[in-house]
Design a protein. Structure first.
Length: 99
């Protein structure tokens, strides 16, 4: 997220929504990865809705930035294994791996 146009857009969106924008590169990278995996492995049409749900859930968390990164990682793993049909793929929503 080094592009000045991208930062300008995100800053303007944050201002319009009354948010104090945290331009944490790691957080945006995690969301970009999630979007890419949802589009490739689930359905491109569900990408925006998935990111919306991450935003809603993160906004309810005590630390939204940390929650966003954590949720993005969890859902990226879910998306990578969504259509898993081989032993090498990650199974979707593997309950045994939950803490």
């Amino acid at each position: 997220m080094t592009d000045d146009r991208e930062l300008a857009w995100l800053t303007a969106v944050g201002q319009e929504l009354g948010l104090e924008l945290d331009t944490d590169q790691e957080e945006f990278t995690a969301l970009d990865d999630l979007a890419r995996h949802v589009a490739a492995n689930v359905d491109q049409a569900l990408t925006a809705r998935t990111l919306f749900l991450v935003g809603v859930a993160s906004g309810r968390a005590a630390d939204p930035s940390v929650a966003t990164h954590d949720y993005a990682g969890t859902l990226t793993a879910l998306a990578r294994g969504w259509n898993a049909d081989t032993e090498r793929a990650e199974p979707a929503n593997d309950q045994d791996k939950r803490a």
